[in-house]
Design a protein around this ligand. Structure first.
Ligand code: PEP
Ligand code: MN
Length: 299
């Protein structure tokens, strides 16, 4: 059952041109359309750790076919003793990576007082899972007006997620991208980090005309699981993926944040190919049989 909600600025009822169908109201950021015909693969390091690390991963993501670069300069860490990110210096490194690769930047803001600063560098401002119900932050990004990538709180219902987006919309900002990243369940730790709630993605797309993307990396928690979760999300027709990448041969234990879940650029390239096949399939350019065999590399 899809929850019954009163009409909201973020639900289809407020967007008559999208109300009758399940069409998407695209968000355009840095020249890239999220919610158009092609799923957008957004990739990058979990965290900006150095200029060299970020530029090298950014180049690899570009070569693999990613269309936006994502990396954190301000990190929400469970422990106050963990690396908190490079801050403004990290934003400058991201800007340099954008200048070199042409990839628009997605980066997280944690503090309402830093929305102006982060927004002056970012093409898309990320609101992370832990901040999904930071209402002053949502209000501030709503007022600021740049596209927002709103991750689902790992304990949030669909309704709470939609109301969080409504805070952004109330500020006059309708450039909202929803991102499912997994929720806490009894299974976590046994074989994943969070349970990727693909049924919520299905329901959300019926409720909102805004683009919905999926982050398989934070749900998986380990790199082996990421390609299959990405493929499952693509088969639902999501508007994009957000994927963490590590440098080939990197010592995962030395990566400052989320080292276990980053995939290498070759794996990213396979996911991009799959995203493009999925898009072609949806445009009716490929038969499912041909698309399937291409994915398996037999054609
Ligand atoms: C992240 O995207 O690096 C992140 C911290 O994710 P989440 O907010 O989904 O935990
Ligand atoms: Mn991460």
């Amino acid at each position: 059952m899809i929850p019954a909600l009163p009409p909201l600025r973020v639900t289809r009822s407020s967007h008559p041109e999208h109300a009758a169908s399940f069409s998407t109201r695209p968000v355009i950021a840095g020249g890239v359309t999220v919610g158009g015909e092609r799923p957008v693969v957004i990739a990058g390091p979990c965290t900006v750790e150095s200029r060299e690390q970020t530029l090298s991963i950014a180049r690899a993501c570009k070569t693999a076919g990613a269309r936006m670069l994502r990396g954190g300069a301000f990190k929400p860490r469970t422990s106050p003793y963990s690396f908190q990110g490079m801050g403004k210096e990290g934003l400058e490194i991201l800007a340099e990576a954008r200048a070199e690769t042409g990839l628009p930047i997605v980066t997280e803001v944690l503090d309402p007082r830093l929305v102006e600063l982060v927004g002056s560098y970012a093409d898309v401002i990320q609101v992370g899972s832990r901040s999904m119900q930071n209402f002053p932050l949502l209000t501030e990004v709503g007022r600021y007006g740049k596209p927002v990538l709103l991750k689902r709180g790992f304990g949030a219902t669909l309704e709470e997620w939609l109301y969080a987006a409504e805070y952004v919309a109330l500020g006059g900002n309708l450039e909202i991208i929803f991102c499912e990243r997994g929720i806490r369940t009894f299974a976590n730790g046994a074989y994943d980090r969070a349970t990727l709630d693909l049924a919520a993605v299905h329901a959300l797309r019926r409720l909102t005309p805004f683009p919905v993307i999926v982050d398989p990396s934070h749900a998986a928690g380990h790199a082996d699981l990421v390609p299959d979760l990405a493929a499952a999300a693509l088969s639902l027709g999501v508007d994009g993926l957000l994927i963490e990448v590590v440098q080939p041969g990197a010592d995962r234990t030395k990566v400052k944040c989320d080292g276990e879940q980053g995939i290498v650029p070759d794996e990213l390239a396979s996911i991009v190919a799959r995203a493009e096949s999925e898009a072609a399939l949806r445009r009716g350019l490929l038969s499912p049989v041909l698309a399937g065999s291409e994915l398996l590399g037999t054609e």
